[in-house]
Ligand binder design. Sequence first.
Ligand SMILES: NC(=O)c1ccc[n+]([C@@H]2O[C@H](COP(=O)([O-])OP(=O)(O)OC[C@H]3O[C@@H](n4cnc5c(N)ncnc54)[C@H](OP(=O)(O)O)[C@@H]3O)[C@@H](O)[C@H]2O)c1
Length: 360
Amino acid sequence: MVSTEGVTSCVLEAVLSHLLLSCALLFAAVAAICWYIRDSRTVDGLGRKCVFITGCDSGFGNLLARRLDRKGVRVIAACLTEEGAAALAAAASPALRTLLLDVTDSRRVARAAQVVRAEVGERGLWGLVNNAGRAVPIGPTEWMQKEDFDRVLDVNLVGVIDVTLRLLPLLKRARGRVVNVASVLGRLSLVGGGYCLSKWGVEAFSDSLRYQAGCSRVHPRICLTGCRLLPLPRRDMHHFGIKVSIIEPGFFKTAVTRLDLIEADLKRLWTRLPAHVRDSYGATYCDDYIKSQEFSMNLLCSSDLSKVTGCMEHALTARFPRTRYGAGWDAKLLWIPLSYLPSFVSDRFTSALLPSYGHK
Ligand SMILES: NC(=O)c1ccc[n+]([C@@H]2O[C@H](COP(=O)([O-])OP(=O)(O)OC[C@H]3O[C@@H](n4cnc5c(N)ncnc54)[C@H](OP(=O)(O)O)[C@@H]3O)[C@@H](O)[C@H]2O)c1
C-alpha cells in the first residue's frame, strides 16, 4: 500500500524538478536574448570611418570592399594587380580608393601606410582587414622544398605582421579594429606546405596582439595564485581600445581553392621528386591524391562568400565584435569541433581522406 506521505513527496519532487528545469530553460532563453541584443548593436558614424583591406583583386576581399563601399564606409582597397584594381574601381563608387600592394614587399607596405595616413588624417584608421593570401604550393610535406614554404609564409604570415605593424599607430589613434583572416587550417593541419603553418601563425599573432602574455608592472588588477600575488595578463591592444578578431573560414570557392591551379602545382612537385621518393609512394599516388582532394573539395566548398564577408563586416561594425568567427557550415559543424577532439581522432579522420601509400 502507498502511504499519503509517499505520494506527497513524489508530487513535490516532480514539481521541484520541473521547477528547476523551467528555471534553467528560462535562464538560458534570457541569456540568449541578451547575447543576441548585445551582438546586434553596431557602432555609430560608419560613414566617417575608413577601412583598409588587403588582397582585394578577387574573393572575400573584393566582395567585402564592395559591400562596405555600398554601406557608405570609406574603403581603401589594396590590390595585387592593376587589372584587379581597375575592375574593382569600376564596380564600386568613386569614394572607394584602390592602391597597388604586394604584401611581401616591405617598401611598398611602408608606402601604402603613408597613403593611408594621408587619407585618414588625425581621425586614424578604423579597420584593417588582413585578407591577402595564397595557398600553393600545398600538398604532402615531403614534396616541398624550403622555398615552397617561404612563398606562402611570406604572404600569409610575414605580410600580415608587416602590414599590421605599419598601420598600428593609425589604428591606435582611431581605437579601431584588426580583422585577420585565418582558416580552419589554422586549427587542423590537414595538408603539408606553408599554408597551415601560416594560418596557425596568424592565430598566434592575433592572440598575442590581443593580449600580452606575461605580467605588466603598471597593470592595476591583481590575482591570487597560491599565496603569491600576480598581475593579471594585460590585453595588449585592448588597452588602446583596439579590438582584434580572427576569421576562420571553412572551404569556399575562390582562387585560393581553385583545383586546376592546385593540381597543376601538385604535378610540378611530384615530377620534381627523385624517382626513389616517387617509388616509395607508388606510381599512381599523385593521381589518387588529386582524385581524393577533388572529391572532398567538391563536397565541402561553398560558393556563398557572404558567409565570410558577413563575419568580417560584423567584426568591423559591431559594438562588441567577437574574438573568433567560424564561417561556413563545415567550419562550424565539422572542422572546429574536430579541432577540440583528441589528436588520434583528427589523425584518423585526416588519414581517411588520403589515398593509401605503396606500390600498386
Ligand atoms: N577560399 C577559402 O576556402 C579560404 C578558406 C580559409 C581562408 N581563406 C583565406 O581567405 C583569404 C582570401 O582568400 P580568397 O579565398 O578570397 O582567395 P583569393 O580570391 O585568391 O583572394 C586572395 C587575394 O590575395 C591576393 N594576393 C595574393 N598574393 C598577394 C600578395 N603577395 N600581396 C597582396 N595580395 C596578394 C590575391 O591577388 P590575385 O587574385 O591577383 O592573386 C587575391 O586578391 C586568404 O587569406 C585565404 O587564405 C580562404
